[in-house]
Design a binder for this molecule. Structure first.
Ligand code: ZN
Length: 437
């Protein structure tokens, strides 16, 4: 399939310079005993406040038909802090607890917009430990000798944090918000939100036709992503080797006596493996998405909801492994999409999300005839109409690329003069293009 057989108009010239954009930097840090204990209390208080706010909002609606919003939950928080039986909340920065209510409010907004399910209570050992500090909740002093690094002190803590500055912040950048997390392996991380001036890249055009370069990505389990040129990306080896080890550790955990020391050890081993996989995956996805966004002007993926219904692996231990691989893959796909989304915004690219009803697998990418619905085990097929032989995933990626370019052209054509295309273009069923911010 020739890449230049469909010519889309070149992307509108972007005259804007570097725009200030929110960007998060992540560092590991090592709290001393006192700091770790204080953070453990903070995480617990955030969870408690979140859950209380959830109860308040849910019961007000259920019993009285009253919608309780962020402001009301903040007033309730003041009450809890002054109540005798919950006076321990006074030891935690109120700004941090308010952020917990802010997160609850955001979870409800997602629920009302139907992009998420109803908020669930946070559970110890189940939910990630996290606390967010806004500007009034921390101290920051940049180190003049090493710009982009410095001293960070949290509210209610006397000593600054021991941060490993694996890379500097943009020099002169003032942290706007901090999120402190602890993963299941007990490691502490600091996510620092800054505003950074990121310059868009020059448009990625094909040299001969000046059409935008585009890539279609089919998300799957065998490979994280199959590209329309037939290459695959992702880390099947990671999934295979660690998938098996993960399954083994999980079996071991279930065999241990509940509450025993050995069970605790097995749980810790499992948590460390999860953390290692998460780190490896983040790095791999970071490199992959940066490369794809640099090389292409238009990046096309299918709506995740479809991808979730995918194909299962074969072989022994198939069911359990399928479940594990799927959970790893699910997380990898959503990270991949999120990274593509914000990098497209940073660098002046367009991410096209193709509707879930688009028959990317059944359509022949050569003649556009629709074939039979394919069983998940079918890896390749031949088009009855034109005789083209297809690899299942490559064909899907090619279809996505074609459909994505069509939607991109539509969106560019519908653009009023002087406006620039947003970073994400989403297709809506059955026809038409919705432009998402
Ligand atoms: Zn065909």
């Amino acid at each position: 399939m020739n890449r230049s057989d469909r010519t889309a108009p070149p992307p509108a010239r972007r005259t804007r310079g570097a725009e200030a954009r929110p960007r998060v930097y992540r560092y590991r840090f090592y709290p001393d005993e006192e700091q770790a204990a204080q953070l453990t209390r903070t995480f617990g208080a955030c969870r408690w406040v979140y859950n209380q706010g959830l109860v308040l909002r849910t019961t007000a609606w259920r019993d009285h038909g009253v919608r309780v919003g962020f402001a009301e939950t903040c007033r309730a928080l003041t009450g809890w802090r002054h109540a005798a039986q919950t006076s321990w909340l006074r030891d935690i920065s109120s700004a941090v607890l308010q952020q917990s209510l802010r997160h609850l409010d955001a979870a409800f907004s997602r629920f009302f917009k139907r992009t998420s399910t109803h908020p669930e209570p946070k559970r110890k050992n189940r939910s990630r430990d996290s606390a967010t500090y806004v500007r009034t909740g921390f101290r920051w002093r940049e180190n003049p000798a090493r710009p982009g690094t410095g001293l960070i002190g949290l509210a209610k803590q006397s000593e600054p944090l021991d941060v490993r500055w694996s890379r500097p912040l943009p020099p002169g950048a003032a942290p706007l918000k901090l999120t402190v997390t602890r993963d299941r392996a007990g490691r502490f991380f600091l996510q620092i939100l800054v505003e950074e001036h990121i310059a868009p890249l020059p448009p990625a055009l094909t040299p001969d036709t000046a059409a935008p370069r585009a890539v279609g990505l089919d998300l799957g389990l065998a490979a994280l992503a199959t590209l329309d040129d037939g290459t695959t990306a992702g880390h099947p080896r990671l999934l295979r080797t660690h998938g098996a080890k993960l399954a083994r550790l999980q079996r071991e955990l279930h065999r241990k006596e509940p509450g025993s020391a050995n069970r605790g050890k097995a749980r810790a081993r499992l948590a460390r493996l999860h953390a290692a996989i998460a780190d490896y995956r983040r790095d791999a996805l970071d490199q992959l998405t940066t490369r794809l966004v640099r090389e292409n002007q238009v990046l096309v993926v299918e709506d995740l909801a479809v991808a979730n219904l995918v194909r299962s692996p074969s072989g022994p231990g198939r069911r359990r492994k399928a479940g594990l691989n799927r959970s790893i893959a699910d997380a990898a796909w959503s990270t991949l999409l999120r990274m593509l989304w914000y990098k497209c915004a940073w660098y002046g690219r367009t991410l096209v999300i193709v509707d879930r009803f688009f028959p990317s697998t059944r359509r022949c990418s050569a003649c556009h005839a629709h074939g039979e619905r394919l069983d998940v085990s079918v890896r390749s097929w031949t088009c009855a109409a034109c005789g083209a032989a297809h690899d299942r995933d490559v064909n899907a990626a090619r279809n996505l690329r074609q459909e994505g370019l069509r939607l991109y052209e539509q969106a560019v054509a519908a653009l009023s003069p002087g406006r620039q295309l947003p970073a994400v273009v989403r297709a809506s069923a059955p026809a038409g293009v919705v432009v998402a911010a």
